[in-house]
Design a protein around this ligand. Structure first.
Ligand SMILES: *Cc1c(COP(=O)(O)O)cnc(C)c1O
Length: 836
């Protein structure tokens, strides 16, 4: 596709001040005085406000430009080094990046926090209040998007060359409000006041859609194919600098915005059709307008496929463009680039790279396939069959006719190959085909991703094992060497150092700071598990974090919670497989037992919940209502509320997570075994000294192995037990009849005891649990209650809890995303990891 050059100096939104800064200052000084001077310069000359009359948003913009100045020198230096050394580069393709606020994180990574605090104080402002003005870039739904963000931090910290590619959604993940206990969604206008962290690059690319394909004979007499798109859109790149922690490496996140190729049709306008003149602009801009929430079912949504193709095509064209600008032949594309697919969302890239190489750059099939297949790696994130992407063939062929032809040919060659290996095995061929033939014919994106990649990985040991044994077993049998596990991780910079400075200070004092870049260094804390004086300080520090969260809850929700009570926390997306309702049923049973007098002395607990439900996911929204209903019941009952408090914190996000994880005592990781691919929230809790209460699922298994079984509260059926139970015929009513606690809670829900007599309200939930209970909530209930009792007892004995908490932090080294990234670099990407 042709590339259009035009000049566009700095990233800004309409009507916003330009990022061009005044000349003549040293704008990248690192002393408090220099930072204050640069801030003042930006406030007056970039933002255009006098200091005395500036708003906090003005100050936030001025300070962000100040910090960005410091990043820019290193950014240019990084790009120049990569070019001169002709390094191999990772192209990380992800439909989601759940970044969280940049300002405090970039200050931490630049090691400029104390100087900046001082600088702001010197002009009469407070850094924390200024930072609170940053709208969180919520370009992701949950764990998958947050993983991409943690990976970028680790890649820069480890000096690995990467371009993160994705979509610049104008509206990110919705804001969640709770009205009368129900979730209400409002749109996230994160760009409305401009985004000082992005820089619009001065070029654009064109992406085709729809149309038809043609065959023609080229000058050499060879028969070739081409796509004649019916519609074209322009992709505009916006770059965000991603600094590593205490290194000069600043990588880039390149997000694409869609625009009309010709945004305003003057001819149409002059003819009097004013609406028609802007229609094409509106249709084109729809592509990068809004982030899709994950529905319970992936529906055949054309806009979603368009988004995926749009950003993937832009990104691959960009890599090809850079490659050619370095004077390299495309036969060597796979030596320069390694391309990682974060789930199947960008897997259309396999067909798109084939098309670019063959149709646009005249490569033959065999060479193009070798280059493509050795360039891509695919990370699988789910085993849920309803979440695996499948596109109806007619929708796909209508939008991307040339890609469908290419996929048919990939499939035919692949199946021919398999037929030679497994003769007379039609059932296997049907199972392995990229084209699904059960019912409606579909393109199965996970199959395309496996066939077109050199490497396939799951995200925790159990998940990879289940992928190999179930979802992708035929492929594992055919090419076992392609499969490996890469257990997820999280960046300790944001999730420990930034969110929990007090605990970080205490750890630094005890064992120094080497752990900041090598989290296994936290092992040095282990001896302190026997040091009572240190354990007292550990507990005090945690109570400080709990006190701050309590103050936040008081301010936001006007509810008092006791910072010395046990903070029992479940924050994550709302989903039945994550079983927030199991947690809720346990609270209900405690409530009933307190009311009946069966329980008198209980370890006082504050139950905290947070998480968004997909807007169309009715059951998840009902579970939010249930939690809020229990909160209303419990928090106002003087017979109960000195022992229990139940809080649903609205709008769970990265910034809210940064307040919550440090304040947790107990980490609830209670998904049905076999359903949580990895989980990463569990790792953030562990690093901050929370003890896990969980099932043998996802990364919990590895957490338990690292921390020791005595420092983990285990309960519930295992993945094989669940599959056996299912095969034997699971009957939830049997569990209901056997467990008095469960009966009282479910009967109460059905009879309206907890909902002012409203019998209909929770009926859908109770009926589902009694009649189907796909996620085995009832089967695990009694075991969960027993584990909770044990956890409560342990918490009430500080000599028992203290060492457990400290050892969770001390043994969390494995769960740094630095470790994960090293493994990808060594086993899949063939990228050297930089200096340590
Ligand atoms: C870590 C994180 C998640 C993932 O949490 P899980 O418990 O692994 O599901 C989701 N959302 C946000 C905002 C996070 O920070």
């Amino acid at each position: 596709m042709p590339e259009q050059k035009h000049r566009a100096p700095t990233a800004q939104n309409d009507g916003q001040p330009r990022g061009d800064a005044p000349a003549g200052d040293d704008r990248t000084g690192t002393t408090a005085e220099e930072i204050a001077a640069s801030f003042h310069g930006h406030l007056t000359r970039t933002v255009g406000r006098p200091l005395e009359r500036s708003s906090v948003i003005d100050q936030y913009h001025a300070l962000s430009f100040t910090v960005r100045d410091s990043l820019m020198d290193q950014w240019l230096e990084t790009i120049e080094t990569y070019r001169q050394e002709d390094v191999r580069v990772l192209g990380y393709l992800s439909a989601e990046y759940l970044l969280g606020p940049h300002l405090p994180n970039d200050l931490l990574n630049l090691d400029l926090t104390p100087e900046t605090e001082q600088a702001m104080k010197s002009v009469g402002f407070d850094l924390e209040s200024i930072a609170a003005e940053e709208p969180e870039p919520g370009l992701g739904n949950g764990g998958l998007g947050r993983l991409a963000a943690c990976f970028l931090d680790s890649l820069s910290t480890l000096d690995v060359p990467v371009i993160g590619y994705g979509l610049r959604y104008e509206f990110g993940i919705f804001r969640q409000e709770i009205v009368d206990g129900w979730q209400v969604e409002t749109s996230d206008k994160w760009l409305q006041f401009g985004n000082p962290w992005e820089i619009q690059a001065s070029m654009s690319l064109v992406v085709g859609l729809f149309g038809h394909t043609e065959t023609y004979t080229d000058d050499q007499g060879a028969v070739r194919h081409r796509w004649v798109p019916g519609y074209k859109v322009k992709g505009i790149p916006f770059d965000t600098p991603i600094p590593g922690y205490k290194t000069r490496t600043v990588n880039r996140l390149r997000l694409w915005k869609s625009e009309a190729v010709d945004s305003f049709d003057l001819g149409v306008f002059n003819s009097g059709d004013y609406a028609g003149a802007v229609r094409s602009k509106m249709e084109s801009e729809t592509i990068s307008k809004v982030l899709y929430p994950p529905d319970e079912k992936v529906e055949g949504k054309r806009l979603r496929l368009t988004q995926q193709f749009f950003f993937t095509s832009c990104s691959l064209q960009d890599m090809v463009r850079i490659h050619l600008s370095l004077g390299k032949p495309l036969e060597e594309f796979d030596r320069k680039w390694t391309v990682q697919l974060n789930d199947t969302h960008p897997s259309i890239g396999i067909a798109e790279l084939m098309r670019l190489l063959m149709d646009e750059h005249e490569m033959g099939w065999d060479d193009a396939w070798r280059v493509t297949q050795t360039s891509f790696g695919y990370t699988n994130h789910t085993l849920l069959p309803e979440a695996l992407e499948r596109w109806p063939l007619d929708l796909f062929g209508n939008l991307l006719p040339r890609h469908l032809e290419i996929i048919f040919e990939i499939n035919q060659r692949f199946l021919d190959d398999m037929r030679r290996r497994y003769p007379n095995d039609d059932a296997r061929m049907r199972r392995m085909s990229i084209i699904g033939e059960d019912g409606e014919r579909t393109v199965q994106m996970a199959h395309l991703a496996v066939v077109g990649s050199k490497a396939v990985n799951g995200v925790a040991e159990l998940h990879t094992q289940l992928l190999e044994e179930t979802t992708l077993s035929d492929y594992y049998e055919a090419f076992p060497e392609r499969f490996s596990n890469k257990t997820n991780g999280v960046t300790p910079r944001r999730w420990l150092m930034l969110s929990n400075p007090e605990l970080t200070g205490l750890i630094n004092e005890a064992i120094g700071t080497d752990w900041h870049k090598d989290l296994y260094g936290l092992k040095l804390l282990e001896p302190y598990a026997r040091d009572t004086e240190f354990l007292n300080r550990w507990r005090k520090t945690q109570e400080g974090s709990k006190g701050r969260l309590a103050a936040y809850i008081k301010e936001m929700m006007s509810i008092d919670v006791d910072p010395t009570s046990m903070f029992d926390v479940q924050v994550k997306r709302l989903h039945e497989y994550k079983r927030q309702h199991l947690n809720a049923l346990h609270i209900l049973s405690l409530y009933c037992q307190i009311k009946s007098g069966a329980v008198k002395d209980l370890t006082p607990r504050t139950f905290l919940f947070g998480g968004k439900a997909a807007p169309s996911y009715t059951m998840a929204k009902l579970i939010i209502k249930l939690i809020c209903q229990i909160g209303a019941l419990v928090n106002s009952d003087p017979q109960v509320n000195h022992l229990l408090k139940v809080i649903f914190l609205p709008n769970y996000s990265v910034s809210l997570g940064q307040r919550i994880y440090p304040a947790a005592d107990l980490s609830e990781q209670i998904s049905t075994a076999g359903f949580e691919a990895s989980g990463t929230g569990c790792m953030k809790f562990m690093m901050n000294g929370a003890v896990t209460l969980g099932t043998l699922d996802g990364a919990n298994i590895e957490i338990r192995k690292e921390v020791g079984e005595e420092n983990f509260f285990l309960f519930g059926l295992t993945a094989p037990e669940i599959s056996d139970l299912r095969h034997a015929g699971y009957n939830p009513r049997g569990y209901y009849e056997k467990s008095p606690l469960l009966r009282e809670a479910l009967d109460g829900l059905r009879d309206g005891r907890f909902s002012n007599g409203d019998r209909g309200l929770f009926a859908p939930l109770v009926n589902d649990l009694l009649n189907s209970d796909r996620y085995l909530v009832l089967a695990d209930f009694d075991a969960y209650v027993a584990a909770q009792l044990e956890a409560g007892k342990a918490y009430s004995d500080p000599s028992r809890w203290g060492p457990m908490s400290l050892l969770n932090t001390a043994r969390s080294g494995k769960f740094s995303s630095d470790r994960t990234i090293r493994q990808y670099c060594e086993d899949i990407w063939e990228l050297p990891v930089g200096k340590r």
